[in-house]
Design a protein around this ligand. Structure first.
Ligand SMILES: Cc1cc2nc3c(=O)[nH]c(=O)nc-3n(C[C@H](O)[C@H](O)[C@H](O)COP(=O)(O)OP(=O)(O)OC[C@H]3O[C@@H](n4cnc5c(N)ncnc54)[C@H](O)[C@@H]3O)c2cc1C
Length: 504
């Protein structure tokens, strides 16, 4: 008690001194990070008239869903594809709530796969997809499997939307699990404890080509293989291409639309977070802020490094282990002469021989729309290619072989791209590449670990990272927090936390 008093006195003095200084901003809610999660939550809170401020380290918004300009072209730097725009899904709800006026178009087929030198189209029509799948892999009677997965996919969405506190099982949230949906959810209980692989019918399980196809598809959303991805979450990944959309103007337009709906200060890289009395003191490179509530949307390992010793126990997860499992990316950006093709989104699979030679299984190709002149002049399209890459596999920027390694991967991917899409080297304009070091530099995510924590049965459902911490005013958000990676997930996370903050 004796020791505590002078400390409390000093804190009170500090707070009152600071709030009288012009450089200190006091806000009800401060959000760290102006990526998709931070912007969505910031916009929702401002829409309610709450006193909210987003602090973003860069001079533009977006984070892993950002953009850059080269010549007359605007490239999506990370995320390219929107999902979750179907009726009552997260992005649809966000657009309606905030009256966003971005122009979206549904892409159907949502993704085209290229494997075994053939294209496999994934249309949104369920029956048509089953027909394509069976004819491509020369299989019969897979409808029962796909129908079951479809039902599970719909129920999985319903669960994550109806249980706003999942995956937190804190005592004061337990009553929220008991609503009229609980009985319905209980029928899904077995799927919580099995992987997709456990649920595959034998005819699919025994086919290495089918399994390899499913694994690459799951990597887009779950970042894990069928053996490790919890069945419930895998079902959501399998149907991702049914709800694929393109935003005119790209991420640039969408992220700026969100940023305009909130209060945001750019070039405010948060350096430390501590607690003074019952408020948070946030220090950036050149300013100090006080907040009653704080939401960190940067990866949990980045957040942990900012916390004072008093706050550090709020993140108690085994961060080193989690980081080991995460991915970074290697990416290529360039422009090509425009062409008509089936889709804007392609996943190109390497053959087993190529895979063992290059140590790359697949890459994702996104074209800008042919008529999107905000991205490319008429007659051209921009291309963003991304590949999952372990940061340890890639040299860091200061190592001597860094440029050689970038060139090596660029060539492997470009050669495959040219052969699949029938272009020549002379067609490629403004070629640029991004390595894990590039992602670390632009997203500020430690080791360039982008895209969240892979969904894994060993963590599901009791060891997932929840937004709620032991401090009722300190929250975590973004793609390292459940439901994980991708805009639909980070925006859904923001919407659930928004509901909680609205009740408070
Ligand atoms: C190559 C690639 C392709 C992808 N493709 C898709 C796709 O097609 N569709 C899809 O839905 N998802 C895709 N994703 C995933 C998606 O981009 C991310 O899951 C999502 O954007 C994460 O948003 P976030 O808000 O959680 O984090 P981030 O986007 O990382 O945002 C965090 C923000 O915090 C800022 N920041 C960091 N540290 C500080 C600090 N100390 N102080 C202040 N600000 C700070 C950063 O600058 C950043 O703006 C892709 C990701 C990558 C990398």
């Amino acid at each position: 008690m004796f020791l505590y008093r002078p400390c409390l006195f000093a804190e009170t003095l500090y707070l009152s001194k600071m709030t009288h200084m012009n450089s200190v901003n006091e806000r009800e809610i401060i959000i760290i990070g102006g990526g998709s999660a931070g912007l969505a939550l910031g916009a929702l809170l401002k829409n309610d008239g709450r006193d909210v401020l987003v602090l973003e380290a860069h001079k533009y918004p977006g984070g892993s869903s950002s953009y850059f300009h080269r010549g007359p072209f605007t490239f999506d730097a990370g995320a390219t594809t929107f999902s979750g725009l179907a009726d009552l899904r997260p992005i649809d709800l966000l657009i309606k709530k905030l009256c966003l006026t971005n122009q979206f178009t549904k892409i159907d087929p949502g993704i085209v796969f290229h494997l075994n030198n053939r294209f496999l189209l994934r249309p949104s029509n369920h029956q048509e997809w089953i027909k394509n799948f069976e004819s491509f892999f020369n299989l019969h009677s897979t409808a029962e499997f796909w129908n079951k997965e479809k039902i599970l996919h719909d129920k999985a969405w319903s669960i994550i939307q109806n249980f706003p506190y999942f995956p937190s099982f804190k005592f004061n949230f337990l009553s929220s699990y008991l609503n009229r949906k609980t009985l319905f959810a209980s029928t899904l209980f077995p799927t919580l404890f099995e992987s997709l692989e456990d649920a595959l019918p034998l005819q699919l399980k025994n086919r290495s080509d089918v399994k390899s196809f499913l694994n690459e598809l799951l990597f887009i959303t779950a970042q894990n293989t069928s053996e490790h991805t919890p069945h419930l979450l895998a079902a959501m990944g399998l149907f991702y291409p049914e709800d694929t959309h393109y935003c005119y103007g790209g991420m640039n337009c969408f992220m700026h639309s969100l940023a305009e709906k909130t209060n945001i200060e750019y070039k405010q890289k948060v350096q430390s977070i501590s607690k003074v009395q019952n408020k948070f003191l946030i220090k950036t490179t050149d300013k100090e802020f006080i907040a009653q509530k704080i939401i960190s949307t940067i990866p949990i390992w980045n957040t942990k490094k900012l916390l004072s010793s008093e706050l550090a126990p709020l993140i108690s997860h085994n961060i080193d282990q989690l980081k080991e499992e995460c991915w970074s990316a290697f990416s290529l950006y360039f422009a090509v002469p425009a062409k008509d093709r089936e889709s804007l989104y392609y996943q190109i699979h390497f053959s087993p021989e190529e895979k063992s030679l290059h140590q790359i299984a697949s890459f994702f190709v996104s074209f800008s729309a042919k008529d999107d002149e905000a991205r490319a002049p008429r007659g051209f399209q921009t291309v963003t290619i991304s590949i999952h890459m372990k940061p340890k596999k890639f040299k860091s920027k200061n190592e001597p072989d860094y440029q050689d390694q970038k060139l090596k991967y660029s060539k492997i991917i470009l050669d495959k791209f040219l052969s699949v899409f029938d272009y020549r080297y002379e067609h490629i304009q403004h070629l640029t590449s991004g390595s894990p070091s590039t992602f670390a530099r632009y997203t500020l995510r430690e080791d360039g670990l982008v895209g969240g924590i892979p969904h894994d049965l060993k963590r599901f459902p009791f060891d997932l990272i929840s937004p709620y911490t032991r401090d009722e005013n300190f929250f975590l958000l973004g793609d390292t927090v459940f439901p994980g990676q991708g805009l639909a997930a980070t925006i859904h996370g923001a919407q659930q936390l928004h509901k909680h903050l609205t009740l408070k």
